[in-house]
Design a binder for this molecule. Structure first.
Ligand code: FAD
Ligand code: UDP
Length: 400
């Protein structure tokens, strides 16, 4: 990666959607205090304000809305995702039509290549991957299935992320595509992670090279942040950005709290810390129109310190003489991006969940508060379901 003109640390200046941080409105009374302005918090703020006429105060310790889906123009005018590439995909018409109130879309089918044995090959592994790596000359699905079956090592009781892959493609492909990547990304061997992690990636015998097969594969036409701004543009919604719940929890007057931060933090880590995996994003802008052929190239090789390189113009459709890319370096320290799916962590989460269930006046929602490896559409679905429950509870109170 030469020709880099802009080190990451310099791409800081927000172009829109940020830094209009308000001061904490202390005297005002609110129906809801919503902690976190990501998908979970924003969907609930919008629903409660527009459907219940509720007065909502949203806070976020960051100086912008959108949570991890936040995007902005960098100083070159290129739209990039501050917290790594966010690709929208969903099967639910309801979720898409809900979000469509706040944005137009552009069609975008995500494709990923992996750098393996000095070749760039499609991921998920498909027939093209096998033919390219092994010169296998597989002509149809049946031949590819037979090829994979001859390598697969059937696992009776599939529990771990290693089991899933070995069972489907055998040890060699597992080591080439999954072991190094997963060890880097999670700091754990795939055998130490629940099967749900690598189960996200299918194995194909056809030549479909799309990363997702969902019925909706679209990106917000003007970016995520613009969509959030429209969602939250309501006279009953106040925002206090750059505001940490821990510092204001005793100062805000609200009848109910919706909390979308880490659940263990809410309870002052009473039972110990829930492990989250973090990433360091290194954003760079390059003096050419295109850096790589597809939006994301994965680097499963354990010797390469980053996991993947993303190039935003593929996702956003933006035309520009330069291009912005992001390298992801996994790390144990930093913002909590990924809950780590493994049995002992789930057991610890269950203790916090039980405590949450017995805590009145607070609703826990979102990826950090429910400690699940959820995609954006799933969080929107979770937030809409939470709203329905609040709505039913309100109707009951109203009726009695
Ligand atoms: P978040 O977006 O994390 O929002 C929580 C907010 O709470 C944050 O803004 C945080 O600052 C705030 N907060 C936390 N603690 C406090 C506190 N004490 N006080 C005040 N505020 C606080 N999903 C997809 O569908 N497609 C993708 O391609 C995709 N790619 C991803 C790539 C990466 C690198 C990551 C990390 C995630 C990706 N996701 C993707 C998942 C997606 O980011 C989440 O599903 C979604 O953003 C979760 O929304 P949320 O509101 O639950 O949480
Ligand atoms: N994975 C891998 N090699 C790849 C792609 C994915 O080992 O080339 C594993 C890895 O453990 C990763 C998980 O599959 O964390 C899920 O991949 P996904 O692309 O869904 O990760 P995300 O976009 O959520 O970071």
């Amino acid at each position: 990666i030469d020709q880099v003109v802009e080190p990451a640390s310099k791409i800081e200046r927000p172009a829109f959607g940020a830094a209009h941080a308000t001061h904490m409105p202390r005297a005002k009374k609110y129906d809801y205090l919503i902690v976190g302005c990501g998908f979970a918090g924003s969907v609930l703020a919008e629903r409660l304000a527009t459907q219940h006429g509720a007065r909502v105060l949203m806070i976020d310790k960051r100086d912008h809305v959108g949570g991890n889906a936040y995007d902005e123009l960098n100083e070159h005018g290129i739209l990039y995702h501050k917290y790594g590439p966010h690709i929208f995909h969903a099967n639910s018409d309801e979720i898409v039509s809900y979000l469509s109130q706040f944005t137009q879309w552009r069609p975008y089918e995500h494709r990923v290549l992996a750098h393996v044995r000095d070749k760039l090959v499609p991921v998920p592994i498909n027939r093209t991957t096998l033919n390219t790596l092994y010169n296998a000359g597989l002509k149809n699905d049946e031949e590819a299935a037979a090829f994979l079956a001859s390598r697969a090592e059937p696992v009776k009781d599939i529990r771990t992320s290693e089991d899933v892959v070995i069972n489907a493609v055998g040890r060699e492909l597992y080591e080439l595509f999954f072991r190094g990547y997963t060890r880097k990304q999670w700091g754990l061997d795939p055998s130490e992670l629940d099967k749900q992690v690598t189960s996200r990636i299918p194995t194909r015998t056809n030549t479909d090279d799309r990363y997702f097969t969902d019925t909706h594969q679209i990106m917000p036409l003007h970016g995520y942040t613009k969509m959030f701004e429209r969602m939250l543009d309501h006279p009953l919604i106040d925002k206090a950005l750059g505001t940490d719940f821990r510092e204001v929890r005793n100062e805000v007057s609200a009848a109910h709290i919706i909390y979308t931060g880490p659940i263990d933090e809410y309870f002052d880590w009473r039972f110990g810390k829930l492990p989250y995996r973090s990433l360091r994003f290194v954003h760079s802008t390059i003096e050419k129109q295109q850096f790589q052929d597809v939006a994301v190239v994965n680097y499963p090789d354990a010797e390469v310190p980053y996991t993947r390189i993303s190039e935003y113009k593929h996702m956003t459709g933006q035309e520009h003489a330069r291009t912005t890319i992001t390298l992801e370096y996994p790390s144990a320290e930093g913002d909590p991006y990924y809950p780590i799916p493994r049995p002992e962590n789930q057991a610890l989460f269950k203790k916090y969940e039980a405590l949450a269930d017995s805590t009145s006046g607070v609703t826990f929602v979102g990826r950090l508060a429910t400690y699940r490896y959820y995609n954006m559409d799933q969080i929107v679905g979770q937030a809409l379901a939470t709203f329905r429950r609040l709505d039913e509870a309100r109707t009951k109170v109203g009726a009695s």
